[in-house]
Design a protein. Sequence first.
Length: 94
Amino acid sequence: MNLQRDKRIWFVQVAYGNTQIYQNAGATDWNVNSNNEYYDELLTTWVKAKRYLDRRGIIYRFGGMIWLQGEKDADDGAVTTAAYKQNTIDFINQ
């Protein structure tokens, strides 16, 4: 990888362990249809990070996202493979 000296890489981190992507009324989740839960926090944190960079006149571009998740959905037994796949697609497309 060839990075120019004047380029910086910025990371915005929102992380919680033992969470699920399926909508669960009994727990906080990452489902895009849940209100005021982890997905909304992710969006709020991203907006704050963009404002931070904008106020400082830092030019940026979104380069990607790292997503590690899934074992809670598998361990819970409440979600089928097809439902997990659709929840993940909905998350990415949102």
